[in-house]
Design a protein around this ligand. Structure first.
Ligand code: MN
Length: 290
């Protein structure tokens, strides 16, 4: 197997607020070269780097908004988020949990800091990733996978180097918790100082990582600090990461969906007509009530 080389290492750009609760650095799609086409099936990645929110009795967040045509995946590293949606689902995403929401034909939801977390204040760190759906699944029924940390399968690495949590896909023969519409590997890797982990994904899968904590060395050569994003080339399959201090890394790899992408705000479809339809349906109240 051939080594997959680094294509780009990106520092986080200036943060912006999503609502008043999420202070995020956008990587996909606004940073070159992380376009939706280059990163497919990953069409958006917002990273709330570790940030302290002072106590408040008015939970911060994003009020009711729609989504259609894709999935939102929320990965909580610090702090907790409460959510409610128009399909009647609600819950709290706590440290280490993942919420995998398939908006598909359309959903309304709101995302807020959980009440108790808000009242105490504290450090908040989170990733929100949007995963595109193939045209044939874009108008399927919305669904929701609540993946609590204790339900995430883990591979323990040799030599007590750390562990790999498999959110979706496969690592070393073990399958992850989430069901996906197209092949995706999404892994949370925890490494102790000097710990190493190896990865191998099909060459054509778009593959990247985000360093959540600590500093790592990629392929024995490139040092990458916390909050930095690494995009890999689509030549070769294998890469390695090594922690030079205790580290946590989000690894993402997915088979590209080779279909046109037309998006406007919270709607991601294949044609302009489908975007117009999404707005019509939204204004007509077809996304339900919240
Ligand atoms: Mn949302």
């Amino acid at each position: 197997m051939k080594t997959r080389k680094i294509e780009a290492v990106l520092s986080p750009r200036d943060p912006h607020m999503v609502g008043d609760g999420f202070r995020v650095h956008n990587f996909i799609p606004s940073m070159y070269p992380l376009s939706r086409e280059r990163m497919s099936p990953f069409i958006m990645l917002d990273y709330n780097s570790k940030f302290y929110f002072p106590p408040t009795n008015q939970p911060r967040g994003v009020d009711v908004h729609p989504h259609r045509g894709f999935e939102t995946v929320t990965i909580a590293y610090k702090g907790s988020v409460a959510h409610h949606d128009s399909a009647g689902n609600s819950g709290v995403i706590k440290e280490g949990d993942v919420q995998w929401m398939t908006a598909a034909s359309g959903i309304l939801h709101k995302e807020y800091h959980e009440k108790e977390f808000s009242a105490k204040g504290g450090f908040f760190q989170m990733v929100q990733l949007w995963v595109n759906l193939p045209a044939k699944d874009k108008m399927s029924a919305p669904k929701y996978q609540e993946i609590t940390n204790e339900n995430i399968k883990r591979v323990t690495l040799d030599n007590q180097d750390g562990e790999v949590e498999i959110i979706a896909g496969n690592y070393n023969g073990m399958n992850g918790a989430a069901s996906t519409f197209t092949p995706i590997n999404l892994l949370n890797v925890s490494l102790k100082k000097d710990g190493k982990a190896n990865f191998s994904f099909p060459e054509n899968y778009n593959t990247a990582l985000l360093v959540i904590e600590g500093t790592i060395i990629v392929n024995d050569s490139r040092k990458v600090a916390g909050d930095h994003f690494v995009l890999f080339e689509n030549e070769g399959e294998d890469f390695q990461i090594e922690a030079i201090e205790d580290a946590k890394v989000l690894v993402l790899s997915g088979e590209p969906i080779n279909e046109p992408v037309v998006s406007h705000g919270p709607f991601v479809m294949n044609t302009r007509e489908e975007i117009n339809q999404a707005f019509e349906d939204f204004y007509a109240g077809k996304f339900g009530k919240l």
